[in-house]
Design a protein around this ligand. Structure first.
Ligand code: GLN
Length: 304
């Protein structure tokens, strides 16, 4: 398969969508990013690679970090994790408060903000140096020591993070947060602020694309089943209230972030990352979804 040619063709085909959507501006630092950018990178488990346009420009991975966070929590807590957070799709926005009230503080899944805040709390309770340990894990799984937090983005989000503060307060009220809420918010925003490029993300997610390879990075280990189950949660919960649409159009497990990045996995085949800051109303990259839809159409291969 000539992935390089396929990616180049995709880029031409999606040009009519290049001005659709709007970048996230509720995090002021993200509003400064130039919106008309696009990058894409694919790595197969056999070592083939293809990259186009701004595949090497780093961006804020935002909620894509929730996959790394889940991997760490699952490694540390095993199945006990599921008493703190569910694994059902939410069908609501990533920052919705509605379900949380009804479900008394046990978030629907680890990929909505409420679920990720609970996971941040778990890591704070279980790691010696949460900020350093988290970064070490992401660097190890990416085989890249230069990956880092962007403290300006994290601070900018905290200054305006009223909704996430409301979520964590509601969780605390229900007794499902052990740590100080300011500490949980600080750590959560820091995790979201990690910056990576499409090439770096695509490489890192090979660890999730190939469940036959040993998962052991900076002391974080997962069994083959756990890796597959993370894929299952990406499939059902990776795109919030657009998870059904993404499964319909693209047919791969994946995870998006409001920085405009999306990673997707074809298990035992490849990992792909795409980035373009303009988002649709559900907070997912317009060109990113279009590009991935075309990828599985052109290659005639999805998980279905
Ligand atoms: N940091 C963002 C938030 O909590 C992450 C949201 C996202 O990427 N979907 O609002």
């Amino acid at each position: 398969m000539d992935y390089q040619q396929i990616l180049e063709n995709i880029y031409q085909t999606i040009q009519p969508y290049s001005k659709q959507g709007k970048q996230a501006d509720y995090i002021p630092e993200l509003a400064k990013v130039y919106p008309d950018q696009f990058g894409m990178s694919l790595h197969t488990i056999y070592g083939e690679t293809a990259s186009i346009e701004q595949a090497d420009t780093r961006f804020s991975i935002q909620s894509i970090s929730k996959v790394f966070t889940l991997a760490m929590c699952l490694s540390i807590k095993g199945d006990d994790l599921w008493s703190r957070v569910g694994k059902e799709p939410s069908g609501t926005a990533f920052n919705s408060l509605v379900q949380l009230e009804v479900e008394k503080g046990v978030p629907r899944n680890p990929f909505i903000n409420a679920g990720a805040l609970v996971m941040a709390d778990i890591l704070l309770s279980n790691l010696k140096n949460p900020e350093a340990d988290y970064l070490n894990f992401v660097r190890a799984v990416s085989a890249n020591e230069t990956i880092d937090y962007n403290v300006n983005v994290a601070n900018s989000e905290r200054e305006n993070g009223f909704l996430n503060a409301a979520i964590v307060n509601l969780l605390k009220y229900h007794g499902t947060i052990e740590n100080n809420i300011e500490d949980v918010l600080h750590f959560y925003f820091l995790m979201c602020s990690i910056e990576m490029s499409c090439r770096e993300l695509s490489l890192a997610f090979l660890a999730f694309a190939n469940h036959r390879r040993k998962f052991d990075y900076a002391g974080i280990t997962l069994t083959s089943s756990q890796v597959k189950r993370i894929n299952a949660i990406m499939q059902t919960c990776g795109f919030y209230d657009e998870a059904g649409e993404f499964a319909y159009l693209v047919g791969l497990p994946g995870k998006s972030g409001v920085g405009g990045g999306i990673v997707a996995i074809h298990p035992l085949q490849y990992s792909v990352a795409v980035w373009s800051p303009r988002l649709n109303s559900k907070g997912n990259s317009v060109m990113g979804i279009k590009a991935l839809e075309l990828l599985t159409t052109e290659t005639k291969a999805s998980i279905f």
